[in-house]
Ligand binder design. Structure first.
Ligand code: ATR
Length: 292
């Protein structure tokens, strides 16, 4: 969908990825623009796999104001940025670029989006809670600093390849802005995860293969929030597993909307309301599932 809101002089933004046709970002930002009475022009832009930096720079040179970055370019965006926010530095990846004169500011709003969806939308506080993070790839790393900023009592990172979970723990321990809270972070193999958790976040890509990380069902209680960063018309295999053991479940559609809201705020200086956008996306997802 091509989206133009406001006059021909509207500030221009794009989401860049490969592939990009599926991206919901233009619809989300169009809705934010309406809700905040901002005039923006937000399009999808396909970059060749070997042409990310060139695509970004020619968009900037043509007057573009900012870029959202999606798969597979978040590491290249990190490298291209000339300044990084602390959360982008911690994530090691960038999903939002803002052009400010000669500066290319790189931010990562994914983890903030996750936290906003859990705390604000689901109404579940992270402070003082036992949190289990499944996965140690880019998605898990992006969540690390924003999760720790909420000051959980414990954060266990479990991964199929335990060495990658250990690397994330080391990163948290060595990263200066996390000093004082990082000691709550530990690593584990899936099979060694023990005890009950208040919040379990699936940041693995297992759901793409209808797979479930092999953790014990004993981690769930009726008060556990099981969260999958993936989303779809039906609950993921992980969420079905959690629900069958009484946990409350939530998919990552709210995270998608919230990370976009944080990017919108970085660019436009105003944080949009997200509930109507999330409701619209959920409705469209369910309607498509019913008609297929
Ligand atoms: P992303 O950017 O989505 O995080 P990634 O960096 O490739 O992608 O990381 C994928 C994560 O999902 C990793 O934690 C991976 O585990 P490994 O580090 O052991 O590879 C995890 N993952 C992928 N498929 C999985 C599966 N079927 N079961 C459990 N974990 C899986």
């Amino acid at each position: 969908m091509s989206t133009l809101i406001g006059a021909a002089t509207a500030d221009r933004y794009v989401v860049i990825g490969n592939p990009i046709a599926h991206s919901k970002s233009p619809a989300i930002h169009a809705h934010f623009a309406l809700l905040t009475a901002q005039q923006i022009d937000y399009q999808r832009l396909l970059a060749p796999l070997d042409g990310f930096a060139q695509t970004v720079l020619s968009f900037r040179n043509s007057g573009g104001k900012g870029v959202n970055v999606t798969v597979p370019f978040k590491l290249e965006a990190f490298a291209l940025a000339t300044q990084l926010t602390p959360r982008a530095q911690a994530a090691g990846a960038v999903n939002t670029l803002k052009f400010e004169g000669a500066v290319i500011l790189g931010d990562n709003t994914d983890g903030q989006g996750l936290v906003a969806d859990i705390v604000r939308n689901a109404g579940v506080t992270l402070q003082g809670k036992r949190v289990l993070l499944l996965g140690a790839g880019g998605a898990a790393r992006g969540a690390l600093l924003p999760l720790l900023e909420q000051q959980p009592a414990q954060l266990v990172i479990a991964n199929r390849t335990v060495a990658r979970a250990e690397e994330l723990v080391l990163l948290a321990h060595q990263y200066e802005p996390l000093a004082g809270i990082a000691s709550v972070v530990t690593s584990s193999a899936f099979s060694d995860v023990d005890g009950e958790f208040d919040i379990v976040i699936n940041a693995t890509s297992a759901s793409l293969h209808d797979d479930v990380p092999p953790v014990s069902s004993g981690i769930f209680t009726a008060n556990t929030l099981a969260y999958d960063m993936m989303y779809g018309a039906a609950p993921t295999a992980f969420l079905r597993f959690a629900a069958s053991h009484e946990a409350q479940i939530r998919d990552g559609l709210g995270m998608l909307v919230e990370q976009a809201a944080v990017a919108f705020a970085l660019w436009r200086g105003v944080l949009p309301e997200t509930a109507p956008v999330l409701a619209e996306l959920r409705g469209a997802l369910l309607a498509r599932a019913r008609s297929s």
